[in-house]
Each structure stands twice: as structure tokens, then as C-alpha cells.
Design a protein around this ligand. Structure first.
Ligand code: TPP
Ligand code: MG
Length: 222
């Protein structure tokens, strides 16, 4: 699948279709690095629904027992397809589970890139200095249906108003960026045009047949 890429140069392992198998891979990478004496931190992401799979708990327990340098990063968008978090979790937060595996756990605002950056940086420093794994939960809200096959109006009527709120908050972040020397309006316009062009090209390819349907998915994922 086009979304399942890997890249040796930057040590990116492919994801897989069965959710959460990546946790055991990430823990294995961290263990292998420790045995070889490599000072790395292994970073793995997943959704809150996926965190209910046995794979998560086995991987988190092993990483906690052996104090391995792993960052478990959960994007909690409050839905696993049609299932809301209150039917997924018996605890309030995914990060509450960290304590049971002897690791540090924290929930941050997933719409705040600086809060996410800070939490990941701290977790990375902790892992590099021998403090073991961390579980970070980035709380957000799924803005779209789960997939093109999913009609989420069947199970959540409040999406439109919630999306308005969420988009308002990301707009605040662009205002914050504008106050820093890192924001370049011309570069932003260039990127926006390029993204629109890529999506248009993907849509054009999609109309040509089944292979090209992958093209549009790829363009949207970038
Ligand atoms: C082992 C396994 N079971 C079921 C599925 C079908 N499935 C695909 S995505 C998904 C929901 C995952 O929810 P979450 O982890 O919250 O991720 P999100 O889609 O919200 O990003 C399910 C059940 C799967 N891919 N793998
Ligand atoms: Mg989810």
C-alpha cells in the first residue's frame, strides 16, 4: 500500500495493516540497539483504538521491564472507526496506562504542535539518559470520516460543529507562527499551490483506473 513506505536512510520501518503490530517491532528495534551499544530512541505511533490490542500491552510491558528507549505516541482522535472512546477505554486517558508498565505517561493537546514537540523532546531525553520508555497521548478529534467507505453521520451528529472548533484552534497556531521569524508568507503560498497541484494530479490519475487510485491516496497522505 502506498502509505506503507519505509526508508532505510532515515531508519523508518514500514507500518502494517493489522493495527498495533508496530509496537513489538519498535521494542525489538530498541532492544537490538541496546545489545549493539547504539544510542538510539525508537519512536512508534498508533491510535487510541489500537492501544486496546494485546500487542500494545505486551510491547509496553517488555519495554517497561527492560527500561528500553522507546516512545509510545498515541494519537487519541476519540474514535476507532465508529466506536467512541467511552466504549474503548475503562480508564479516562490512554496515558493512565503508563503507570501499570512502569513508564512515564502524559496527555498533551494534540492540536498544539509546540506542546507535542516539548513532550516528545522530554521523552527522548529521558530515553537517552537511561530513564526508559514513555507513553504520550496527543488528544485531538477526528475531523473526517474514518475512510471513504464510512458515513460517520450514522454515529456522530456533532462532527460539523466540533470540526469548526478544531479548525479555529489550528488557525490560532498559524497566527502564532506569523509572530516569529520562522514564518514566511511567500513560502506558505508556494507550498499551498504545490499541494493543490499534487492533489489535482492525484485526482487526475485516480480517474484512469485502479493503479492510479493509489496515486491519489499517496498525494493526500503527503
Ligand atoms: C488487528 C486489526 N483489527 C482490526 C482492524 C480494522 N481497523 C482498521 S483501522 C481500525 C480502527 C483503529 O482505530 P484507532 O487506533 O483509534 O485509529 P484511527 O483510525 O482513529 O487513527 C480498525 C478496527 C485492523 N486493521 N487490524
Ligand atoms: Mg482513533
Amino acid at each position: 500500500m502506498p502509505g506503507h513506505f519505509s526508508q532505510k536512510k532515515n531508519r523508518i520501518l514500514t507500518q502494517s495493516s493489522p493495527v498495533m503490530t508496530q509496537a513489538a517491532h519498535a521494542v525489538g528495534v530498541a532492544l537490538g540497539a541496546r545489545l549493539k551499544g547504539d544510542d538510539i530512541v525508537s519512536f512508534v505511533t498508533f491510535g487510541e483504538g489500537s492501544s486496546n490490542q494485546g500487542d500494545f500491552h505486551e510491547a509496553a510491558n517488555f519495554a517497561g521491564v527492560h527500561k528500553l528507549p522507546v516512545i509510545f505516541m498515541c494519537e487519541n482522535n476519540q474514535y476507532a472507526i465508529s466506536v467512541p472512546t467511552k466504549k474503548e477505554l475503562a480508564c479516562e486517558r490512554v496515558s493512565d496506562r503508563a503507570k501499570g508498565y512502569g513508564m512515564f505517561g502524559k496527555t498533551v493537546d494534540g492540536n498544539d504542535p509546540l506542546a507535542v514537540y516539548e513532550a516528545v523532546k522530554e521523552a527522548s531525553e529521558r530515553a537517552h539518559s537511561g530513564g526508559g520508555p514513555s507513553l504520550i497521548e496527543a488528544l485531538c478529534y477526528r475531523l473526517t470520516p474514518h475512510s471513504s467507505d464510512d458515513n460517520d453521520m450514522d454515529y456522530r451528529r456533532e462532527r460539523r460543529s466540533r470540526c469548526g472548533e478544531e479548525k479555529g484552534r489550528s488557525f490560532d497556531f498559524s497566527r502564532l507562527l506569523k509572530r516569529t521569524e520562522h514564518f514566511d508568507q511567500r513560502e506558505r503560498n508556494r507550498n499551498r499551490k504545490k499541494n493543490q497541484k499534487d492533489c489535482g494530479r492525484g485526482n487526475g490519475l485516480r480517474r484512469k483506473g485502479p493503479i492510479c487510485r493509489a496515486g491519489v491516496i499517496h498525494a493526500l497522505c503527503l
